[in-house]
Design a protein around this ligand. Structure first.
Ligand code: 8Y7
Length: 289
């Protein structure tokens, strides 16, 4: 694969800035995406922020703590989660997006796979679409092209309900890469500009601990796609498998994972514990520039 031109790369190695959506959004790199689940049943912070005022206050707190992007989701993607209708998802996320956009200088990302929710979220001010199905729902490619917004394409094996049932790969790194290449090509074929795309290996989505570790060590292979890489590992069960910690005690392991991911070339980390991650990345930047 050829090297990108210096000025054209989404991640400028010299100034460490990441530019998305044809220059419309730029963040210092590595950037932090803070997680805001507005679901009663999410995997790691379910139910804590399901009242609108709590959710908005939490988002403002994440901004103060150093989040560049707030990822707002109204549909739980935890293993075994049930389906949520688009009406329910809209009721949950739209008021929060409007409040966050009006009260904080931050990019908002909508965590959804439903075209209907993508449209209304972007109309309410979201600038990114974070789709764990990588625009595989019917009409999703077309919707993303029309909305002309940044999209994160994530790898997932199966569906959230069944994905952790005995996941197996011959070569997890090349299979995840091939999937993402196929989705990138599908986006390009649908008329979505390359500058709007981010890729994500989907840690924990249909992967064992060994798969997650192999993927992390093999991230260089994804960097060769010449697209920014986003990674989400925060508080996930494989972090607990390594440290022996429960869901509320995985901050330190998650921060260590953030540093390892950044070392492997990740441009955006998706985390719950923004302050802890931001401090760690400040130290990282002070040391490595
Ligand atoms: C990820 C994600 C979740 C991730 C991206 C959780 C919505 C599970 N994980 N999106 N979403 N990447 N792009 O524990 O790894 O936060 S939900």
């Amino acid at each position: 694969m050829s090297l990108p031109d210096a000025g054209a790369a989404p991640v400028d190695e010299m100034s460490r800035v990441i530019t998305l959506g044809r220059g419309r959004q730029s963040f210092s790199c590595p950037a932090i995406m803070g997680v805001l689940n507005v679901t009663p049943d999410s995997f790691s912070d379910g139910g804590r922020y399901d009242r609108p005022d709590q959710a908005v206050n939490h988002a403002l707190r994440l901004c103060e703590d150093g989040a560049d992007i707030i990822d707002i989701g109204g549909e739980s993607t935890r293993p075994g989660a049930g389906d949520v209708s688009w009406e329910q998802e809209l009721d949950r996320v739209i008021p929060i997006i409007e409040a966050v956009v009006s009260r904080a200088d931050v990019s908002v990302s909508i965590d959804t796979s439903k075209p209907r929710v993508m449209r209304e979220a972007v109309a309410a001010g979201a600038g990114l679409i974070n789709d764990v199905y990588a625009l595989r729902a019917s009409d999703a490619l077309e919707t993303a092209r029309e909305l002309d917004t940044v999209v994160c394409l994530m790898h997932m094996r199966g569906t959230p309900r069944a994905m952790q049932t005995n996941p197996s790969y011959d070569d997890v790194v090349s299979e995840v890469r091939a999937f993402l290449e196929e989705r990138v090509q599908a986006c390009l074929d649908a008329g979505i500009p390359r500058e709007n795309l981010i890729v994500d290996p989907g840690f924990g989505f249909g992967k064992t601990l060994d798969h997650n570790l192999s993927l992390l060590r093999g991230l260089q292979s994804l960097s060769e796609l010449d697209l920014p890489v986003l990674a989400g590992f925060s508080r996930k069960s494989f972090v607990g498998k390594i440290t022996g910690s429960g869901i509320d005690d995985r901050v330190f392991g998650s921060v260590a994972f953030a540093l390892a991911a950044v070392r492997e070339g990740v441009s955006i980390v998706r985390v719950h514990d923004v302050k802890a991650t931001s401090d760690a990345l400040k130290v990282w930047r002070a040391v490595y520039g």
